[in-house]
Design a protein. Structure first.
Length: 248
């Protein structure tokens, strides 16, 4: 569960995984939340010499591990891909625990959606029973994933790259990588990475050319991710929370 803030709207998104399906419920709190919600039953997956689909069918749930099948197109073969949601107790954690610091490397603390609201008092703490979920993904190979809701207005990947590289006005440093993906590697994907600065974190954007359209994509790395879980070592992303914390 998470609360998503935007300039004039706040919505609560409740996601439920069960054996065989995934369900997302949106509840508007302030205004009407209009950003894209990934609630489609199938997404396209592109990898090195691979095209397939990430399905919301045939999901396997074991405690806090969710296995979502990635099927090769026109085949019953599938990739091994799963997410384990590790838990962190938020009981008693100050809503303002996160500290941006003077430099990116100096950021510390537990970051929750409450940090997006300047009006939250400094002496407010999460109630007993509050938990955040830290997703740890495991995949046998790296891939890009997107669906129809991620379609952009660009017809050419080079134009998407140019617009993405020039979205900031402060000439910050970046790198761009283009790779071949899909069946027989006939398609292209690009990743634009803006390096962390003293005041800004690292930003990564992914674009994919698929069937004569450009899509904004997510990227899943091969192996097992290891997100930070220790607030003394850096920032812990706690924007996914349980019902107790979400109600708070």
């Amino acid at each position: 569960m998470t609360v998503k803030p935007i300039e004039k709207a706040i919505a609560r998104l409740d996601t439920r995984y069960s054996n065989g399906a995934r369900d997302i419920k949106k509840t508007n709190i302030i205004g009407s939340y209009s950003q894209i919600i990934d609630d489609l039953e199938s997404s396209t997956v592109l990898a090195n010499n691979f095209e397939g689909t990430l399905e919301d069918r045939y999901i396997e749930v074991s405690r806090r591990t969710v296995k979502r099948p990635v099927y090769r197109i026109n085949s019953n073969k599938k990739l091994n891909y799963e997410t384990t949601y590790r838990t962190l107790d938020l009981s008693g954690v100050d809503a303002r625990d996160y500290n941006a610091g003077n430099k990116f490397s100096g950021r510390r603390g537990i970051f929750t959606d409450l940090n997006n609201y300047k009006e939250i008092p400094n002496d407010i703490a999460f109630p007993t029973g509050s938990v955040c979920y830290i997703p740890v993904t495991t995949s046998e190979r790296s891939f890009f994933v997107f669906n129809a809701q991620n379609k952009t207005g660009y017809k050419d990947l080079d134009k998407w790259i140019d617009a993405t590289e020039n979205q900031f006005s402060d000439n910050r440093q970046f790198s761009t990588t283009i790779v071949k993906v899909g069946t027989n590697n006939k398609q292209e994907a690009a990743q634009v990475k803006f390096f962390a600065t003293n005041d800004e974190p690292e930003y990564i954007y992914n674009g994919v050319d698929h069937q004569d359209a450009i899509y904004q994509a997510s990227y899943v790395a091969s192996g097992t991710t290891k997100p930070n879980e220790n607030s003394f070592n850096g920032v812990v992303d706690c924007t996914l929370v349980n019902e107790v914390a979400a109600d708070f």
